[in-house]
Design a protein around this ligand. Structure first.
Ligand SMILES: Cc1cc2nc3c(=O)[nH]c(=O)nc-3n(C[C@H](O)[C@H](O)[C@H](O)COP(=O)(O)OP(=O)(O)OC[C@H]3O[C@@H](n4cnc5c(N)ncnc54)[C@H](O)[C@@H]3O)c2cc1C
Length: 269
């Protein structure tokens, strides 16, 4: 018996004639499962994945569609060594530190792999408007802009002279498998968060809406932190177990058993 689905590039989810769930992958291969957990950003359920309408209620579709994602961008360069750990002979100070600024780099982070080993600098980690400044630009221009901003903060430092290899950049909102970095709920979105989060409690749903579970960063109450995504995974596992007729040991209750007591407060929809 199949009790879950891990498909590379799912493109379609529908109710199979036998009542189970059919998942089609990017190669057109369809397989049928008793339960499915979808962990991608919820917008993908209406874009990359052709999800059968009847699998969710209208209220849940509204929540999934109105979920709002934040933009985010990072640009990395590899450097010959962690030169930031060496003291400046003139000042006795470190030449470069982790740098938070209101210039366009916003956050610069330093990663070393031991002395004299190549290191990595995340030149810029930005969100929202600052990420949009980078969005249309190729990686080389992003590096130029970031170095130019850092040059104003560290006028005596030549970061360029340490760079080796090709830079790497990511804009999560430009990735068709993400469409945004992480959920950034807006005022009024509590109800949508609540609908998505509690969906693993499927006992009271009509049969046509059962069996497809949601988990991951945007189902969580603490998006942008892995811990919240893991909590939703545990919820989904409990949901699948219950869907398949199982239950937890009485002395070790699961998240659904304790949901009425510990679950988030339900406000008016
Ligand atoms: C820029 C950034 C910074 C972050 N910083 C931190 C941090 O400092 N600390 C922290 O705790 N957390 C951080 N997070 C959050 C953390 O990365 C997430 O909470 C965690 O990765 C969520 O795990 P997930 O399994 O829900 O989703 P993901 O890890 O996003 O996995 C979802 C997967 O689904 C795949 N997918 C998409 N479409 C399909 C499809 N059609 N078929 C099959 N697969 C598909 C995607 O390719 C992806 O691999 C950060 C996230 C971002 C974007």
């Amino acid at each position: 018996m199949n009790s879950g689905a891990t498909r590379a590039g799912a493109t379609r989810i529908r109710r199979a004639p036998d009542g189970r769930l059919a998942v089609t992958d990017r190669w057109g291969r369809e397989e049928v499962f008793d339960a499915v957990i979808a962990t991608c950003q919820s917008w993908l359920l209406t874009t990359a994945i052709d999800t059968e309408e009847a699998l969710f209620s209208q209220k849940l579709w509204m929540a999934l569609d109105r979920t709002r994602y934040m933009q985010s961008s990072k640009t990395f360069v590899m450097v010959n060594r962690p030169f930031w750990k060496e003291r400046d002979p003139k000042t006795g100070r470190y030449p470069l530190s982790m740098t938070l600024t209101d210039r366009l780099t916003r956050g610069t982070y330093l990663f070393d792999n031991g002395p004299d080993q190549p290191g990595v600098i995340c030149l810029t980690y930005s969100w929202m408007s600052d990420a949009l400044k980078m969005l249309p630009l190729p990686v080389e221009r992003r590096v130029e802009l970031a170095l130019s901003a850092l040059q104003k903060i560290y006028p005596d430092l030549n970061i360029q002279s340490h760079i080796i290899g090709d830079p790497i950049t990511v804009s999560w909102e430009a990735d068709p498998n993400f469409l945004g970095a992480f959920k950034g709920a807006l005022p009024g979105h509590y109800r949508y968060n609540h609908r998505m989060y509690r969906h693993f409690m499927q006992q009271d749903l009509p049969p046509q809406e059962r069996g497809l579970f949601l988990a991951g960063d945007d189902i969580s109450w603490t998006p942008a932190w892995a811990e919240g995504a893991v909590q939703t995974a545990l919820n989904a596992v409990w949901g699948v177990m219950t869907h398949l007729g199982g239950h937890t040991a009485s002395d070790n209750p699961g998240p659904g058993d304790l949901y009425p007591e510990w679950g988030p407060i339900r406000l008016d929809d």
